[in-house]
Design a binder for this molecule. Sequence first.
Ligand SMILES: Nc1ncnc2c1ncn2[C@@H]1O[C@H](COP(=O)(O)OP(=O)(O)OP(=O)(O)O)[C@@H](O)[C@H]1O
Ligand SMILES: O=C(O)c1ccc[n+]([C@@H]2O[C@H](COP(=O)([O-])O)[C@@H](O)[C@H]2O)c1
Length: 196
Amino acid sequence: MTNERIGVLGGTFDPIHLGHMVVASEVCAALALDRVILVPAHRQPFKDSTGHASPAQRIAMCRLAVEGDDRLEVSDVDIARGGLTYSVDTLTDLAAEHPGAELFFIAGADAVSRLSEWREPARLMQLATFVGVRRKGSPIPALTPPHLVVETPEVGVSSTEVRRRRRTGEPVRYLVPDPVAAYIAQHALYLGGPDA
Ligand SMILES: Nc1ncnc2c1ncn2[C@@H]1O[C@H](COP(=O)(O)OP(=O)(O)OP(=O)(O)O)[C@@H](O)[C@H]1O
Ligand SMILES: O=C(O)c1ccc[n+]([C@@H]2O[C@H](COP(=O)([O-])O)[C@@H](O)[C@H]2O)c1
């Protein structure tokens, strides 16, 4: 049993970018969390991710991004489970892995606004405190206590924008961590194909 306070940042991370890094770091500090676990989804139920990076490539980029920051780590629970990723399963698995820990599920305004459509929202809210963060272009809905909104610097980067830049040949440097930019270049990711 531990009294650890653990943040959980679920996402598609296709690819991970500086918006994710700032949110993880800022919420970690603001809520005095012991660590934040990034959890790449196998397949997000609301997204069609065919044609982008593979689950193995997305988790590899997350691992590169957290290297050197002891507060951040990456879990493969969702990718290892496979299928569609429901956060109720993510949190159940992480609670079993970290008995006694208090979990905080971190989500951007766009994700929070659709929370009522997620699988088993009531149970979800019992498994973790939800932490909403603002995101450019998305108003943040009110979260009922004990769920929280944490103010962080707004970083106007999205994975969609990173992928768009790759298709048009614009730079992604400084929008993603340097080792992630190198990985994207080395694996020739996001150069063509569909996007939403
Ligand atoms: N720039 C950002 N500022 C705040 N929150 C963010 C930002 N980018 C992503 N998030 C949040 O991080 C989580 C994971 O995001 P995700 O991996 O889907 O990235 P994304 O940039 O939204 O991707 P895409 O553009 O492909 O939809 C979500 O809760 C999302 O709201
Ligand atoms: O549990 C659900 O029903 C559910 C529905 C949509 C999204 N989620 C989770 O929300 C997190 C952020 O999603 P996204 O679209 O920003 O990648 C990610 O961990 C998803 O698995 C979860």
